[in-house]
Design a binder for this molecule. Structure first.
Ligand code: BG6
Length: 255
């Protein structure tokens, strides 16, 4: 029945909180590997949660990906007053335009009646280009807004899936394999224990910045992402996991 289905999801949420040591978890029905609408359900849940925490002068940093793109589709007006500001969490990290953080930030801003700032940086970025690009006043100003974001919303990917999607070099793919990379978030690749084994160089939020961010919201689902989600939660900061039933069940099985 509907009621026992809901009760079952609440039990999964409790168990996930314990297993991943996360303060809150929200589980939506289904498996986003096989149904696109499940990503939109996770997106809806994220918008509903945002409404409970949004105050004045919030800056929301968002990552790219198909899950975040689905969340953007579900965005609705967040407040009556106090425009939220949307910014991309990090500079271009190899996504198609529709799944880029810039695109998602601008779409969310439009639907939430907010504002946005974008970040245009080449990817990948050499050390010298990085050093000079962060001196650019327009980049620097956006960077300060990103670093002082009050809310981060981000996806998590399977490490090798993300590396291939970004057309990562063979040498780096080999490095990821040698170091048993399992997950990827914010351009960082993590092993099964949550250690960073590789990092994409780009401007924006660094892992350390998350520690002082009031709310980090992780959105990731699908049975195929269970190991990746568990790996991110070994070390990565997050206050809320929004996932689906298939990922939750697989995580609880211990993969
Ligand atoms: C990317 C983010 O855009 O999306 C990654 O930069 C994240 O950090 C990935 O892992 C998730 O993508 P998807 O399509 O699985 O939601």
């Amino acid at each position: 029945s509907f009621m026992s289905e809901i009760m079952g999801l609440r039990v999964l949420e409790q168990q996930l909180q314990d297993k991943l040591s996360v303060r809150s978890a929200i589980v939506v029905p289904g498996n986003s590997d096989s149904h696109e609408w499940v990503k939109q359900e996770m997106g809806k849940a994220s918008v509903a949660f945002l409404k409970t925490i949004i105050g004045d002068n919030n800056t929301i940093a968002v990552t790219g990906g198909t899950t975040m793109a689905a969340a953007a589709r579900m965005m609705t007006a967040l407040t009556n007053q106090g425009d939220p500001l949307f910014v991309p969490a990090r500079g271009g990290i190899g996504e198609k335009v529709e799944n880029q953080a810039n695109t998602i930030a601008s779409e969310m801003a439009r639907k939430a009646n907010g504002d946005y700032r974008l970040l245009y940086v080449p990817d990948p970025l050499s050390e010298s280009a990085y050093q000079s690009i962060i001196q650019e006043p327009s980049v620097n100003e956006t960077l300060q807004q990103i670093k002082s974001a009050t809310i981060a919303m981000h996806g998590v990917g399977d490490a090798l899936t993300m590396a291939q999607r970004r057309k990562t070099t063979d040498a780096i793919i080999q490095k990821l394999k040698d170091n048993h990379a399992v997950s990827e978030a914010f351009g960082y690749y993590f092993d099964g224990e949550g250690n960073v084994v590789h990092k994409v160089r780009t401007v924006g939020i660094q892992l350390e910045d998350l520690e002082r961010m009031p709310y980090v919201i992780t959105i990731a689902g699908g049975k195929s992402k269970a190991r990746a989600i568990a790996s991110y939660f070994k070390q990565g900061k997050s206050d809320l996991l929004i996932t689906d039933e298939a990922a939750a069940e697989q995580i609880l099985k211990g993969n």
